[in-house]
Design a protein around this ligand. Structure first.
Ligand code: 3HC
Ligand code: NAI
Length: 698
């Protein structure tokens, strides 16, 4: 058997003789067989040669490595397209007079699935997954996928797949006709399938010619838009994907493809898709730690301890149990333990009721969590996560105790939101094994994990925790020690300015609306009410010196007692602005000598977002964050900054740094405050005509 190299990533070989002679085109373009130009060229050349070779009866397209083609090469998006086009390779497959079989393992995503849909047949192994995830990059499938997928699966399923970007598995693909056969030995199975097709003389149907599933009631689209409206608020791409499927059912194939091309170009040239593509790489970069050797040893984490079963400890325990890691959770007394375990149980029961996991799975996960009031149960855990009250003295004491109990080598992590991890490390004999793991609330749901590197944290411990983060399905970002780390330190600056705006005459509802309209899930005051207005509030020291203190003193606790910055309906939890709160703020402003006025929405937005950008630049300059893009990853995953604007650093670039700098200066002069002191790094990058998103830390 002779193998011919067609390009640097594609080979052609032949299997069998006579009517059993099958050409096998193999793509090998690590890491994910993306459709780089040499792959497109290889498919085209392979198809042309195999089609012209009279001895060949059928053609199999298969990939080496971990996956089938995972899509277009995203790194090529920013440069001019290099021939041949993907369409040329697709036409060569679709119009071939010999059967073409795509053999799929791993993930057939985006352009990968669009290529596979140009084969006459698709076989896959049981673990393969199929999807059009372009929407996650702010795009739509641009190689005929929007017109072919609905022809295979029907428009309803295509709507789901294309607007969510989520893949389906082999079994579902077989059921909806996307796959013709599931085989165990992919290469051999695909070759045998091809031979069978030849022997049976099966017709070679092109998906583009199929119209059998396209008759639908137009209400499908109206209803679907309603269904996804809230989830896709602010995003352009989901709507454009829907329009393409409407085109598929109402226009002939070629016209539909023209519609797809037109809408694709609009998205591709827009800011949203640039932001989402930037985010795709930012998330992957964030997991990498500069200076940490790839082969840094990692400690095995087979069993974990969590101290404190409150709001965070419960969610953290679930995050481990959800991926099969046994957890021992320890509380200070039986009553607190029972309360914490009851919340965990009810969360699992709710998931089972909603159908996101089975009842048996919920029980299995719960069974992995062992409750206790005895810290000595931590003697055999590989890592303990401390989630007790936010009190440095308490944390130092607890770290000293845990150090005596935990076995040598066990990692000790703190979930503190603001406090100094180095001081906790100093309370132990193992400062190298101490690290921060700052989960976000609710910890079992939120994806972000700020991994806080202490002054003395060992590389091995950093490597272990970064890897563990991925294992528990979190998006890790390595940050340094400072008050509030990256996210909360920046958030605090926003809060200072929001509270000032309240006194000047903006209302909680106005501020929240502006932030919501920018694309956040909620504004600062709705968030306070949700978290509990009294978090960090102390009745014995409260002196009516802020709006929040006054509200807490008057018994307002936020959503939990139905009254906070808003009032809440007991049944629906719907919020309504409360004139009493507006009056409280007005009276307080008057007592402080602050004159109230009408504040414009534009001013609200600038005064809330610009301090975030400015603080981010300072954080970068101090080396608390490694890269600007890490800060964007924190804000998108920890606070719901809309990914289609790329995060605060990317957003500042799109506004234009000279304008950002001028506005920060002007507000600083007018309003004063450390958070308006211009970051020297920001000033420098703006003066140099550079981009904040590309800036790196100290
Ligand atoms: N282009 C270029 N590089 C890609 C890529 C792509 N489409 N997909 C992944 N990579 C790179 C990643 O950046 C990463 O590089 P690194 O190791 O240097 O950081 C490497 O491949 C491995 O990726 P992951 O870390 O994500 O590996 P996983 O195993 O966790 O996931 C995956 C693999 C499921 C394939 C995931 O990478 C993924 O979802 N990729 C994107 C798929 C996608 O969006 N495809 C559609 C592209 S757009 C398109 O096809 C347009 C068309 O319609 C014309
Ligand atoms: P919480 O008050 O809900 O829970 C703390 C729990 O710790 C309580 O159940 C308490 O009984 C227990 N506890 C106190 N001392 C203990 C001890 N010595 N031994 C065992 N258990 C003890 O507080 P929450 O919100 O869960 O916060 C915990 C930590 O997580 C804090 O450091 C906080 O800053 C941080 N955090 C909180 C977030 C939030 O949104 N609530 C978000 C991210 C971090």
């Amino acid at each position: 058997m002779r193998m011919t190299a067609l390009t640097e990533s594609v080979t052609l070989e032949h299997e069998g003789e006579g009517p059993a002679r099958v050409a096998v085109i193999t793509i090998d373009n690590p890491p994910v067989n993306a459709l780089s130009h040499h792959v497109r060229q290889g498919i085209l050349d392979g198809m042309t040669q195999a089609a012209a070779d009279e001895s060949v009866t059928a053609i199999v397209l298969i990939c080496a490595g971990r996956t089938f083609i995972a899509g277009a090469d995203i790194t090529e998006f920013s440069s001019a397209p290099k021939p041949p086009s993907l369409q040329a390779a697709q036409v060569a497959m679709e119009d071939c007079v010999k059967p073409v079989v795509a053999a799929i393992h791993g993930t057939a995503l985006g352009g990968g699935l669009e290529v596979a849909m140009c084969a006459h047949f698709r076989v896959a192994d049981a673990g393969a997954r199929f999807g059009l995830p372009e929407v996650k990059l702010g795009l739509l499938p641009g190689a005929g996928g929007t017109q072919r997928l609905p022809r295979v699966t029907g428009p309803a399923k295509a709507l789901e797949m294309m607007t969510s970007g989520e893949p389906i598995g082999s079994a579902e693909a077989l059921e909806c006709g996307l796959v013709d056969e599931v085989v165990s030995d992919l290469r051999q199975g695909a070759i045998e399938f091809a031979r069978k097709v030849v022997a049976e003389g099966r017709p070679l149907t092109r998906i583009r010619d199929r119209n059998d599933k396209l008759s639908v009631d137009p209400s499908l689209f109206t209803d679907f838009r309603k269904k996804i409206g809230a989830k896709t608020r602010g995003f352009l791409a989901p709507e454009y994907n829907v329009q393409c499927i409407e085109a598929a059912v109402s226009q002939p194939f070629d016209e539909g493809v023209a519609t797809e091309r037109r809408l694709f170009e609009v998205l591709m040239s827009g800011t949203q898709s640039k932001a989402q593509q930037y985010y795709f790489f930012a998330e992957r970069e964030a997991a990498k730690v500069p200076g940490l050797a790839k082969d840094t040893p990692k400690r095995p984490i087979e069993k974990v301890g969590v101290l404190g079963a409150g709001t965070m400890g419960g969610g953290i325990s679930m995050s481990f149990a959800n991926v099969g890691i046994p957890v021992t959770v320890v509380e200070r007394d039986q009553e607190s333990l029972d309360r914490g375990m009851a919340v965990i149980r009810s969360n699992y029961e709710r998931s089972a009721k909603r159908g996101s996991i089975s009842a048996a799975e919920a029980e299995a996960r719960l069974a992995l969590i062992t409750p206790s009031v005895d810290q000595s149960e931590f003697s055999d855990v590989d890592m303990v996560v401390e989630a007790v009250f936010e009190d440095l003295d308490l944390k130092k004491q607890v770290f000293g105790e845990l150090d005596r109990i935990c076995k040598p080598g066990a990692i000790m992590a703190s979930n503190t939101s603001f406090l100094d991890v180095d001081q906790m490390a100093a309370a132990t004999q193992r400062p190298g094994s101490v690290i921060g793991t700052h989960f976000f609330s609710p910890a079992n749901v939120m994806k972000l994990l700020e991994v806080v590197r202490g002054d003395r944290t060992d590389d091995e411990v950093i490597a272990t925790v970064m890897t563990l983060s991925k294992r528990i399905n979190k998006i890790p970002t390595l940050v340094g020690v400072c008050d509030g780390f990256v996210g909360n330190r920046m958030l605090s600056q926003r809060r200072i300015e929001a509270d000032r705006l309240l006194l000047e005459g903006a209302t909680p509802a106005q501020i929240d609306q502006v932030i919501y309209d920018f694309g956040f899930p909620m504004g600062p005051y709705a968030m306070s009410d949700l978290a509990g207005l009294d978090i960090g509030w102390n009745a014995s020291t409260s002196s009516g010196s802020t709006v929040r203190e006054i509200l807490c003193e008057s018994g307002r606790r936020g959503q939990k007692n139905g009254r906070g910055y808003y009032v809440y309906d007991a049944e629906t939890r719907a919020s309504t602005p409360d004139p009493e709160v507006v009056e409280t703020i007005r009276a307080f402003a008057a007592s402080q000598g602050v004159a109230q006025r009408t504040v414009t929405d534009d001013e609200v937005l600038e005064r809330l977002l610009l301090p975030i950008v400015n603080e981010g630049a300072k954080i970068l300059e101090e080396g608390i964050a490694t890269r600007a893009s890490d800060i964007d990853v924190v804000w998108i995953n920890g606070y719901g900054w809309p990914v289609y604007t790329g995060g605060p650093m990317f957003w500042a670039d799109t506004v234009g740094l000279p304008e950002v700098v001028a506005k920060i200066r002007a507000y600083g002069e007018r309003l004063g405050g450390r958070h308006w002191d211009l970051s020297p790094l920001l000033e420098r990058v703006a003066t140099d005509g550079g981009k904040l998103q590309a800036a790196t830390g100290a």
